[in-house]
Design a protein around this ligand. Structure first.
Ligand code: F6P
Length: 405
């Protein structure tokens, strides 16, 4: 039998807010795209659907709380049973999406699901900033609506701490991946014996997954009119009109997040877009700030040519590697922009659409993250203000389209 026609259970593992559900949906979509019958069995969704009480309170997750523990166990067993039934009928891949952090739970899963291979995937994320942002995102679930944002945050932190008590990292299981879910990096792995879809799953875990990224440059600014670089200029009337036109253009799409830099011009472009949506959060990331021109900040290109000809010459000779005095260059920008992309993709979770409102140099770096360009060509990628890039980058599809709005 071909290894990729078998049946497989995928068991997600990890503390809350580690990116498990995002990974699970990425796997599901990819399998679906290839015609593989796949289903996710999510314990959190089942808990919310089955239990009338509000189970967001942290003590529900206290391992010493017998009642909470037995209700959670009951829900886990239902989903394990459903996964088994699914594979016993037409299903090919069943994904159990739950914390599954205790060995005891995993032994139960192994004891019940003996009919097909099991692959455990543990999601790990040690980045405190990302963890904090993920918790904040979780606290926006309706089950926390009765709490203030600060109370909800604390409550979720306590929930995590209860899971930490019973958490045993993967190690004894036969087949597993431990994944750094922010950096798409496999930290540990073990596969014994036949494992259907192994190469596909492994490759998917380490690849970027962008369903619809709309990469916009901010609207026209007063600095743009004067050909000045850097600064924190506001949008002109034309820039504001561009922002409003973008807002109308994206009105019919569901956009839960718009990412910007910390600069006024990106925020002023993002606000009308967010305002035209039902619920849309603007997330500012300093990683998307424009290239820092250091001593040249605020100057016009012609001023630099006249007053600092050595800068203009050196930059023209090797624009990618040139670093502005006391500032940055494209090469030194790469690390922070890549980090911004990872943050934005991680924070946007399963969303179908995300927008990044960036700047000329930053958008060149973002594009080149997804679209191969020789480094010497990156600083010359065309980034107009009256168009945007639509980017799709999944295993099955690549698209880079410059579109008018
Ligand atoms: O001119 C707008 C701007 O975003 C500047 O702030 C920035 O220094 C420049 O573009 C980056 O483009 P280039 O590398 O071509 O100078």
């Amino acid at each position: 039998m071909n290894a990729d026609t078998g049946k497989l259970y995928i068991i997600m593992v990890g503390l809350p807010a580690m990116g498990k559900s995002t990974v699970a949906s990425k796997l599901k979509e990819n399998f679906l795209g290839e015609g593989v019958a796949v289903e996710i069995f999510n314990n959190g969704d089942l808990r919310r659907a089955m239990l009338k009480e509000n189970t967001s309170r942290p003590d529900f997750y206290d391992p010493d709380n017998q009642e909470g523990a037995s209700k959670r166990e009951h829900i886990a067993l239902i989903n394990i049973g459903r996964a088994k039934d699914y594979l016993a009928s037409h299903g090919q891949v069943a994904i159990l999406d739950a914390t599954n952090v205790s060995r005891k739970r995993r032994r139960t899963i192994e004891a019940i699901l003996k009919d097909h291979p099991l692959l455990f995937i543990e999601c790990v994320n040690d980045d405190p900033e990302m963890l904090s942002a993920s918790i904040t995102r979780k606290t926006k679930l309706s089950e926390f609506a009765h709490l203030s944002p600060a109370e909800a945050y604390k409550s979720f932190e306590r929930r995590i701490s209860y899971y930490k008590h019973i958490h045993a990292p993967l190690g004894e299981e036969e087949n597993y991946f431990v994944l750094d879910s922010l950096n798409n990096r496999i930290l540990r792995e073990r596969v014994c014996g036949r494992m259907p879809y192994f190469v596909k799953v492994r490759d998917l875990l380490v690849s970027d997954w962008v369903k619809n990224l709309f990469l916009l440059r901010h609207g026209e600014t007063f600095y743009n009119l004067e050909n000045r670089i850097g600064g924190d200029s506001k949008l002109t009337d034309r820039g504001m009109a561009q922002a409003k036109a973008l807002a109308r253009h994206f009105r019919t799409l569901h956009l839960p997040y718009v990412f910007t830099s910390t600069k006024r011009r990106t925020l002023e472009t993002a606000r009308p877009i967010a305002n035209m949506q039902d619920r849309c959060e603007i997330i500012t990331l300093p990683e998307f700030d424009e290239i820092d021109a250091g001593q040249c900040d605020g100057m016009r290109y012609e001023d630099i040519r006249e007053n600092m000809p050595e800068v203009a010459r050196a930059r023209a000779a090797d624009k990618y590697n040139y670093v502005y005095p006391a500032g940055e260059g494209y090469a030194t920008l790469k690390e922070r922009v890549d980090r911004g992309i990872k943050k934005a993709l991680y924070l946007s979770g399963n969303s179908d659409n995300i927008i990044i409102v960036g700047h000329q140099a930053v958008n060149r770096m973002i594009l080149s993250h997804f679209l191969y360009r020789r480094t010497e060509d990156v600083p010359y990628i065309y980034i107009p203000q009256d168009r945007y890039f639509h980017i799709i980058s999944t295993q099955n599809k690549k698209l880079f389209e410059l579109r008018r709005y």
